[in-house]
Design a protein around this ligand. Structure first.
Ligand code: BTN
Length: 334
Protein backbone atom coordinates (compact mmCIF):
# COMPACT_ATOMS: atom_id res chain seq x y z
CA UNK A 1 0.00 0.00 0.00
CA UNK A 2 2.92 2.27 0.83
CA UNK A 3 4.30 2.30 -2.74
CA UNK A 4 0.94 3.21 -4.26
CA UNK A 5 0.56 6.14 -1.88
CA UNK A 6 4.06 7.34 -2.68
CA UNK A 7 3.33 7.52 -6.39
CA UNK A 8 -0.18 8.95 -6.38
CA UNK A 9 -0.27 11.22 -3.31
CA UNK A 10 2.03 14.02 -4.64
CA UNK A 11 0.34 13.87 -8.03
CA UNK A 12 -3.02 14.20 -6.34
CA UNK A 13 -1.82 17.11 -4.23
CA UNK A 14 -0.63 18.91 -7.37
CA UNK A 15 -3.89 18.22 -9.16
CA UNK A 16 -5.98 19.39 -6.19
CA UNK A 17 -4.10 22.69 -6.04
CA UNK A 18 -4.44 23.19 -9.81
CA UNK A 19 -8.17 22.40 -9.68
CA UNK A 20 -8.74 24.81 -6.76
CA UNK A 21 -7.17 27.62 -8.82
CA UNK A 22 -8.51 26.39 -12.19
CA UNK A 23 -7.89 28.98 -14.92
CA UNK A 24 -5.31 30.84 -12.76
CA UNK A 25 -1.58 30.28 -12.35
CA UNK A 26 -0.37 28.35 -9.33
CA UNK A 27 3.23 29.29 -8.40
CA UNK A 28 5.74 26.46 -8.76
CA UNK A 29 6.96 27.07 -5.17
CA UNK A 30 3.46 26.31 -3.85
CA UNK A 31 3.54 22.93 -5.58
CA UNK A 32 7.08 22.07 -4.48
CA UNK A 33 6.22 23.18 -0.92
CA UNK A 34 3.01 21.17 -0.73
CA UNK A 35 4.53 18.00 -2.18
CA UNK A 36 8.09 18.35 -0.81
CA UNK A 37 9.30 17.57 -4.31
CA UNK A 38 11.99 19.34 -6.30
CA UNK A 39 11.00 21.49 -9.31
CA UNK A 40 12.03 18.57 -11.53
CA UNK A 41 9.86 16.23 -9.42
CA UNK A 42 6.82 18.49 -9.85
CA UNK A 43 7.55 18.78 -13.56
CA UNK A 44 7.50 14.99 -13.92
CA UNK A 45 3.95 14.91 -12.55
CA UNK A 46 2.87 17.84 -14.76
CA UNK A 47 4.26 15.97 -17.73
CA UNK A 48 2.31 12.83 -16.74
CA UNK A 49 -0.92 14.81 -16.29
CA UNK A 50 -0.51 16.45 -19.69
CA UNK A 51 0.04 13.04 -21.18
CA UNK A 52 -3.29 12.00 -19.58
CA UNK A 53 -5.06 14.83 -21.43
CA UNK A 54 -4.97 17.64 -18.87
CA UNK A 55 -4.41 21.07 -20.42
CA UNK A 56 -1.72 22.70 -18.27
CA UNK A 57 -0.02 25.92 -19.33
CA UNK A 58 3.46 26.40 -17.87
CA UNK A 59 5.18 29.75 -17.33
CA UNK A 60 8.64 30.10 -15.80
CA UNK A 61 7.56 33.26 -13.98
CA UNK A 62 3.95 32.44 -13.04
CA UNK A 63 3.87 28.66 -12.54
CA UNK A 64 1.19 26.30 -13.83
CA UNK A 65 -2.39 26.90 -14.94
CA UNK A 66 -5.03 24.19 -15.47
CA UNK A 67 -7.05 24.85 -18.63
CA UNK A 68 -8.61 21.51 -19.52
CA UNK A 69 -9.77 18.42 -17.62
CA UNK A 70 -10.11 15.03 -19.33
CA UNK A 71 -12.61 12.32 -18.33
CA UNK A 72 -10.24 10.50 -15.98
CA UNK A 73 -11.14 9.14 -12.56
CA UNK A 74 -8.28 10.62 -10.51
CA UNK A 75 -8.99 10.96 -6.78
CA UNK A 76 -8.53 14.74 -6.94
CA UNK A 77 -11.23 15.01 -9.61
CA UNK A 78 -13.58 12.63 -7.79
CA UNK A 79 -13.14 14.41 -4.47
CA UNK A 80 -13.65 17.94 -5.76
CA UNK A 81 -17.16 18.93 -4.66
CA UNK A 82 -17.95 15.35 -3.62
CA UNK A 83 -21.22 15.19 -1.66
CA UNK A 84 -20.55 12.20 0.58
CA UNK A 85 -19.86 11.57 4.25
CA UNK A 86 -18.37 8.07 4.07
CA UNK A 87 -17.94 6.86 0.50
CA UNK A 88 -14.84 7.86 -1.51
CA UNK A 89 -13.34 10.03 1.22
CA UNK A 90 -10.32 7.80 0.50
CA UNK A 91 -9.67 6.75 -3.13
CA UNK A 92 -6.98 4.50 -4.60
CA UNK A 93 -6.54 4.94 -8.34
CA UNK A 94 -4.98 2.61 -10.91
CA UNK A 95 -4.46 3.17 -14.61
CA UNK A 96 -4.41 -0.59 -14.93
CA UNK A 97 -4.83 -3.38 -12.40
CA UNK A 98 -5.80 -7.04 -12.59
CA UNK A 99 -8.97 -6.61 -10.52
CA UNK A 100 -10.14 -3.79 -8.23
CA UNK A 101 -11.92 -6.37 -6.06
CA UNK A 102 -8.71 -8.33 -5.54
CA UNK A 103 -6.69 -5.30 -4.43
CA UNK A 104 -9.62 -3.90 -2.42
CA UNK A 105 -9.78 -7.14 -0.40
CA UNK A 106 -6.07 -6.77 0.32
CA UNK A 107 -6.54 -3.16 1.50
CA UNK A 108 -9.66 -4.07 3.47
CA UNK A 109 -7.70 -6.68 5.41
CA UNK A 110 -5.16 -3.96 6.34
CA UNK A 111 -7.94 -1.80 7.83
CA UNK A 112 -8.55 1.28 5.69
CA UNK A 113 -11.35 3.83 6.18
CA UNK A 114 -14.97 2.71 5.82
CA UNK A 115 -16.17 3.63 2.32
CA UNK A 116 -12.69 3.58 0.73
CA UNK A 117 -12.88 3.24 -3.05
CA UNK A 118 -10.49 1.44 -5.36
CA UNK A 119 -11.00 2.60 -8.93
CA UNK A 120 -9.28 1.63 -12.17
CA UNK A 121 -9.23 2.77 -15.77
CA UNK A 122 -8.65 -0.83 -16.89
CA UNK A 123 -8.67 -4.35 -15.44
CA UNK A 124 -6.56 -7.09 -16.95
CA UNK A 125 -8.44 -9.85 -15.06
CA UNK A 126 -11.77 -8.27 -14.14
CA UNK A 127 -13.87 -10.80 -12.23
CA UNK A 128 -17.56 -11.46 -12.59
CA UNK A 129 -19.74 -13.84 -10.62
CA UNK A 130 -19.20 -17.59 -11.07
CA UNK A 131 -15.58 -16.91 -12.11
CA UNK A 132 -16.62 -15.22 -15.33
CA UNK A 133 -14.50 -12.46 -16.89
CA UNK A 134 -15.54 -8.83 -16.85
CA UNK A 135 -14.54 -7.13 -20.10
CA UNK A 136 -13.79 -3.41 -20.20
CA UNK A 137 -11.47 -1.39 -22.47
CA UNK A 138 -9.25 1.24 -20.83
CA UNK A 139 -10.74 4.68 -19.99
CA UNK A 140 -14.23 3.61 -21.07
CA UNK A 141 -16.26 2.44 -18.09
CA UNK A 142 -16.56 2.56 -14.34
CA UNK A 143 -14.64 -0.22 -12.59
CA UNK A 144 -14.58 0.23 -8.87
CA UNK A 145 -14.72 -1.56 -5.54
CA UNK A 146 -16.05 0.00 -2.35
CA UNK A 147 -14.72 -1.27 0.98
CA UNK A 148 -17.18 -1.42 3.87
CA UNK A 149 -16.91 -2.43 7.51
CA UNK A 150 -20.59 -2.77 8.35
CA UNK A 151 -21.29 -3.85 11.94
CA UNK A 152 -23.63 -6.59 10.75
CA UNK A 153 -24.01 -10.37 10.81
CA UNK A 154 -23.01 -12.20 7.62
CA UNK A 155 -26.67 -13.02 6.93
CA UNK A 156 -27.16 -9.35 5.97
CA UNK A 157 -24.17 -8.97 3.66
CA UNK A 158 -26.21 -9.06 0.44
CA UNK A 159 -28.02 -5.93 1.59
CA UNK A 160 -24.86 -4.28 0.27
CA UNK A 161 -25.46 -5.75 -3.20
CA UNK A 162 -29.07 -4.53 -3.03
CA UNK A 163 -27.85 -1.11 -1.98
CA UNK A 164 -25.36 -0.94 -4.87
CA UNK A 165 -27.90 -1.94 -7.51
CA UNK A 166 -30.41 0.63 -6.23
CA UNK A 167 -27.65 3.26 -6.25
CA UNK A 168 -26.87 2.45 -9.90
CA UNK A 169 -30.55 2.70 -10.88
CA UNK A 170 -30.86 6.06 -9.09
CA UNK A 171 -27.69 7.35 -10.77
CA UNK A 172 -28.78 6.34 -14.26
CA UNK A 173 -32.08 8.15 -13.73
CA UNK A 174 -30.44 11.27 -12.24
CA UNK A 175 -27.53 11.64 -14.67
CA UNK A 176 -28.93 10.22 -17.92
CA UNK A 177 -32.71 10.25 -17.40
CA UNK A 178 -32.68 6.51 -18.12
CA UNK A 179 -35.02 4.00 -16.46
CA UNK A 180 -33.04 0.91 -15.50
CA UNK A 181 -34.17 -2.22 -13.70
CA UNK A 182 -32.61 -4.78 -11.42
CA UNK A 183 -32.25 -8.46 -12.20
CA UNK A 184 -31.67 -10.63 -9.14
CA UNK A 185 -29.18 -11.09 -7.73
CA UNK A 186 -26.74 -8.48 -8.97
CA UNK A 187 -27.35 -7.04 -12.41
CA UNK A 188 -28.74 -3.78 -13.71
CA UNK A 189 -30.45 -3.78 -17.08
CA UNK A 190 -31.61 -1.18 -19.58
CA UNK A 191 -34.03 -2.21 -22.36
CA UNK A 192 -33.43 -5.90 -21.65
CA UNK A 193 -29.61 -5.67 -21.80
CA UNK A 194 -27.08 -5.71 -18.99
CA UNK A 195 -25.40 -2.38 -18.28
CA UNK A 196 -23.91 -3.13 -14.86
CA UNK A 197 -22.73 -6.09 -12.80
CA UNK A 198 -22.03 -6.15 -9.08
CA UNK A 199 -19.76 -8.57 -7.25
CA UNK A 200 -19.85 -8.54 -3.45
CA UNK A 201 -17.10 -10.42 -1.64
CA UNK A 202 -16.60 -10.51 2.09
CA UNK A 203 -14.60 -11.89 4.95
CA UNK A 204 -16.33 -12.99 8.11
CA UNK A 205 -15.21 -13.90 11.58
CA UNK A 206 -17.67 -16.27 13.27
CA UNK A 207 -20.97 -14.71 12.30
CA UNK A 208 -19.98 -11.10 11.78
CA UNK A 209 -18.69 -9.33 8.71
CA UNK A 210 -15.08 -8.24 9.08
CA UNK A 211 -15.14 -6.42 5.76
CA UNK A 212 -17.08 -6.44 2.51
CA UNK A 213 -15.96 -5.35 -0.93
CA UNK A 214 -18.66 -4.31 -3.36
CA UNK A 215 -17.30 -4.37 -6.92
CA UNK A 216 -19.21 -2.45 -9.55
CA UNK A 217 -18.67 -2.63 -13.29
CA UNK A 218 -20.81 -0.08 -15.14
CA UNK A 219 -20.66 0.19 -18.92
CA UNK A 220 -20.45 3.86 -19.76
CA UNK A 221 -18.62 4.60 -23.02
CA UNK A 222 -17.77 1.11 -24.28
CA UNK A 223 -18.76 0.61 -27.90
CA UNK A 224 -20.47 -2.74 -27.43
CA UNK A 225 -20.55 -3.43 -31.19
CA UNK A 226 -16.78 -4.02 -31.02
CA UNK A 227 -17.25 -6.88 -28.53
CA UNK A 228 -19.18 -9.64 -30.34
CA UNK A 229 -19.09 -11.96 -27.29
CA UNK A 230 -21.28 -9.57 -25.29
CA UNK A 231 -22.93 -7.52 -28.04
CA UNK A 232 -26.18 -9.50 -27.85
CA UNK A 233 -26.61 -9.30 -24.10
CA UNK A 234 -24.91 -6.11 -22.91
CA UNK A 235 -25.37 -2.40 -23.41
CA UNK A 236 -23.69 0.85 -22.37
CA UNK A 237 -24.74 4.42 -21.69
CA UNK A 238 -23.09 5.38 -24.98
CA UNK A 239 -25.42 3.02 -26.78
CA UNK A 240 -28.53 4.01 -24.81
CA UNK A 241 -27.98 7.79 -24.82
CA UNK A 242 -26.42 8.00 -28.29
CA UNK A 243 -23.48 10.08 -27.01
CA UNK A 244 -20.50 9.74 -24.67
CA UNK A 245 -21.27 10.33 -21.02
CA UNK A 246 -18.88 11.81 -18.44
CA UNK A 247 -17.66 8.93 -16.27
CA UNK A 248 -16.65 11.43 -13.62
CA UNK A 249 -20.19 12.81 -13.35
CA UNK A 250 -21.63 9.29 -13.26
CA UNK A 251 -19.16 8.13 -10.62
CA UNK A 252 -19.65 11.17 -8.35
CA UNK A 253 -23.40 10.68 -8.42
CA UNK A 254 -22.99 6.96 -7.81
CA UNK A 255 -20.77 7.62 -4.78
CA UNK A 256 -23.42 10.03 -3.43
CA UNK A 257 -26.21 7.47 -3.85
CA UNK A 258 -24.17 4.66 -2.28
CA UNK A 259 -23.27 6.98 0.58
CA UNK A 260 -26.85 7.89 1.46
CA UNK A 261 -28.08 4.29 1.04
CA UNK A 262 -25.24 2.98 3.23
CA UNK A 263 -26.16 5.42 5.99
CA UNK A 264 -29.76 4.27 5.63
CA UNK A 265 -28.65 0.63 5.79
CA UNK A 266 -26.75 1.24 9.02
CA UNK A 267 -29.62 3.02 10.72
CA UNK A 268 -32.78 1.17 9.59
CA UNK A 269 -34.26 -2.32 9.46
CA UNK A 270 -33.87 -2.54 5.66
CA UNK A 271 -37.56 -2.38 4.79
CA UNK A 272 -37.29 0.73 2.61
CA UNK A 273 -34.32 -0.76 0.79
CA UNK A 274 -36.30 -3.92 0.12
CA UNK A 275 -39.27 -1.89 -1.19
CA UNK A 276 -37.12 0.26 -3.45
CA UNK A 277 -35.36 -2.82 -4.82
CA UNK A 278 -38.71 -4.45 -5.57
CA UNK A 279 -40.00 -1.30 -7.29
CA UNK A 280 -37.07 -1.46 -9.70
CA UNK A 281 -37.04 -5.22 -10.07
CA UNK A 282 -37.47 -6.77 -13.52
CA UNK A 283 -38.14 -10.22 -12.07
CA UNK A 284 -41.03 -9.70 -9.64
CA UNK A 285 -44.10 -11.69 -10.72
CA UNK A 286 -42.27 -13.13 -13.73
CA UNK A 287 -41.71 -16.78 -14.62
CA UNK A 288 -38.07 -17.58 -13.95
CA UNK A 289 -35.56 -20.43 -13.91
CA UNK A 290 -32.75 -20.42 -11.40
CA UNK A 291 -29.65 -22.53 -11.75
CA UNK A 292 -27.84 -23.06 -8.47
CA UNK A 293 -25.02 -25.60 -8.71
CA UNK A 294 -26.57 -28.78 -10.14
CA UNK A 295 -30.11 -27.71 -9.25
CA UNK A 296 -32.62 -25.93 -11.48
CA UNK A 297 -35.73 -24.36 -9.98
CA UNK A 298 -38.62 -22.98 -11.96
CA UNK A 299 -41.47 -20.84 -10.79
CA UNK A 300 -42.74 -17.32 -10.26
CA UNK A 301 -40.47 -14.77 -8.58
CA UNK A 302 -42.47 -13.03 -5.87
CA UNK A 303 -39.90 -10.59 -4.54
CA UNK A 304 -36.85 -10.35 -2.39
CA UNK A 305 -36.34 -10.62 1.36
CA UNK A 306 -34.63 -7.84 3.31
CA UNK A 307 -31.45 -9.92 3.17
CA UNK A 308 -31.48 -10.25 -0.61
CA UNK A 309 -32.88 -13.78 -0.97
CA UNK A 310 -35.24 -14.36 -3.87
CA UNK A 311 -38.75 -15.49 -2.94
CA UNK A 312 -40.02 -18.02 -5.46
CA UNK A 313 -43.24 -19.99 -5.76
CA UNK A 314 -42.51 -23.23 -7.63
CA UNK A 315 -44.80 -25.06 -10.03
CA UNK A 316 -46.27 -27.03 -7.10
CA UNK A 317 -47.17 -23.81 -5.28
CA UNK A 318 -44.44 -24.23 -2.69
CA UNK A 319 -42.60 -21.15 -1.40
CA UNK A 320 -38.76 -21.03 -1.49
CA UNK A 321 -36.14 -18.53 -0.40
CA UNK A 322 -33.15 -18.76 -2.73
CA UNK A 323 -29.85 -17.39 -1.50
CA UNK A 324 -27.85 -17.46 -4.74
CA UNK A 325 -28.03 -18.66 -8.30
CA UNK A 326 -28.15 -17.69 -11.95
CA UNK A 327 -31.58 -16.43 -12.92
CA UNK A 328 -33.08 -16.38 -16.38
CA UNK A 329 -36.46 -15.02 -17.31
CA UNK A 330 -38.81 -17.44 -19.00
CA UNK A 331 -39.28 -15.76 -22.36
CA UNK A 332 -42.25 -17.92 -23.40
CA UNK A 333 -44.42 -16.47 -20.61
CA UNK A 334 -47.34 -14.26 -21.61
C1 BTN B 1 -21.11 -9.88 -12.66
O1 BTN B 1 -22.01 -9.37 -13.32
O2 BTN B 1 -20.86 -11.09 -12.75
C2 BTN B 1 -20.34 -9.03 -11.68
C3 BTN B 1 -19.33 -8.16 -12.40
C4 BTN B 1 -18.52 -7.29 -11.47
C5 BTN B 1 -17.42 -6.56 -12.19
C6 BTN B 1 -16.74 -5.57 -11.31
S1 BTN B 1 -15.67 -4.48 -12.20
C7 BTN B 1 -15.02 -3.85 -10.73
C8 BTN B 1 -14.88 -5.01 -9.77
N1 BTN B 1 -13.61 -5.68 -9.94
C9 BTN B 1 -13.74 -6.91 -10.44
O3 BTN B 1 -12.79 -7.67 -10.73
N2 BTN B 1 -15.03 -7.20 -10.60
C10 BTN B 1 -15.89 -6.11 -10.19
Amino acid sequence: METIQNITRPRDTILKLLIEQSGCFVPGELLTGATRLSRAGVWKHIHYLRHQGFGITASIKKGYCLTEIPDRLFPALIQTGLETKIVAREVYYFESIDSTNRIAKQYAAEAVTDGTVVIAEEQTRGKGRMNRDWVSPQYSNILCSVIFYPPMPTSKVFRLTMLASIAVVRTLAAVCGVAASIKWPNDVYINGKKVCGILTEFFADHDSIKYAVVGIGLNVNIDIAHYPAIAGSATSLLQVCGHRVSRLTVFKNLAKQIDSLYQELLSTDGEDLQKEWQRHSMVCNRQVSIVSGEKIMRGTARGITRDGHLVLIDEQGELHEIVCGDLSLNLSEQ
